[in-house]
Design a protein around this ligand. Structure first.
Ligand SMILES: [Zn+2]
Length: 248
């Protein structure tokens, strides 16, 4: 057997495994299939993200009627596109599968309007941003919104200690310690939320979208994300979103 014939056979085997995993995931009852797709497509790349089945099938799942299938399909597709943007520093995957990406984006926006809980809503906005591909830090942005805290760096060039920014039910403040793990009284500094009328760019868009979709609590958090925090060490005020963008 020549090397090429061997490679072709390996490709067939990979294609078969990919097809089987996607079919299992589409049933909506197979968490292991989703976990394997994340491992093989995203984490270790043992399956090829540019295979014609990947984005096409994920778009089919996103357009079907099952929220439990659409949500993970949108999440995975968005993450794969952003990873490809970062890894290859080009947008070839988006270009090659532009019709599928457009279908995924349309589905994400439809599901966004149908969602009834912030915990479902935020991942859909993350997917919208990832599918649009204009910013590559949506994952870091929404991970912090959902976990109600960010661990950021102070922008001071001398490098202060990490700054914990807490926003949500525990309040809206920055601190020098991981508040969730600390039992002691610790010094906190209130956040400075953006005036909604002064928001612009991405902050304006996401804030207004959350209000329009009926998520006032998400809009309130976004005003803090797109506002300022105070470094507990040097007391410098800095843009929270500006430092999150550095994590992406
Ligand atoms: Zn500082």
């Amino acid at each position: 057997m020549t090397t090429n014939a061997f490679a072709a056979r390996a490709d067939d085997a990979d294609g078969d495994r990919l097809k089987a995993l996607l079919e299992r995931a589409a049933t909506g009852r197979d968490g292991q299939a989703w976990s394997d797709l994340w491992t093989e497509l995203y984490h270790n790349g043992s399956l090829d993200v540019a295979h014609p089945l990947v984005l096409h099938t994920l778009a089919d799942m996103a357009e079907a009627d099952e929220a439990d299938v659409a949500a993970p399909a949108l999440h995975l597709a968005g993450a794969l596109l952003v990873q490809a943007d970062q890894r290859y520093e080009n947008r070839n995957l988006r270009r090659e599968y532009a019709p599928d990406v457009a279908r995924l984006l349309g589905a994400a926006n439809r599901w966004r309007q149908l969602s009834t809980a912030g915990s479902d809503y935020c991942p859909l906005i993350e997917a919208v941003l990832n599918l649009e591909g204009d910013i590559l830090w949506a994952e870091a942005l929404f991970e912090g919104i959902l976990s109600e805290e960010y661990e950021l760096e102070c922008p001071d060039p001398d490098g202060c200690a990490p700054v914990w920014v807490v926003l949500g039910e525990r309040g809206f403040f920055s601190t020098a310690e991981d508040y969730a793990l600390s039992d002691d009284e610790i010094e906190t500094f209130p956040l400075h939320p953006a005036d909604p009328r002064a928001l612009d760019g991405l902050g304006r868009r996401l804030h207004d979208l959350a209000l329009r979709d009926g998520y006032d609590d998400v809009a309130l958090v976004l005003r803090h994300v797109f506002g300022d925090a105070t470094c507990p060490v040097c007391r410098r005020r800095f843009s929270v979103a500006g430092q999150i963008a550095g994590l992406g």
